[in-house]
Design a protein around this ligand. Structure first.
Ligand code: ZN
Length: 106
């Protein structure tokens, strides 16, 4: 990819147009565009890498979910079952053994 230069065309999401449009690069830092201007509406903004920023409604939803999770009682600690933890281990080994046997047959 050739190095980007000021004024170059670049695709990015425009918050005014609410879609990905052609943008002109206004500022570059370390070879990465940081500020762009929409070629359709001339709105200037940070380069978003075509990532659509979350809407206010999405932010509200996320905040509400976080609030609910914080209010929810902590899950009870895993009860110590009657079986010792070591018993669960042989299962994957058995699976691998059947696989190996199948390979031998064919
Ligand atoms: Zn625009």
């Amino acid at each position: 990819m050739p190095a980007l230069r000021l004024g170059d065309d670049i695709d990015d999401y425009c918050i005014k147009c609410k879609r990905v449009t052609n943008h002109s690069i206004l500022a570059i830092v370390d070879g990465e565009p940081v500020k762009v201007r929409c070629r359709s509406c001339y709105n200037e903004g940070p380069y978003r890498r075509c990532v659509i920023p979350p809407s206010k409604r999405e932010l509200q939803k996320a905040a509400l979910l976080k609030q609910l999770l914080e209010q929810a009682p902590a899950p009870p600690p895993p009860a110590a079952g009657p079986e010792p933890a070591g018993k669960a281990l042989p299962k994957p080994a058995r699976k691998a053994a059947t696989k190996a046997a199948g390979r031998k047959k064919s």
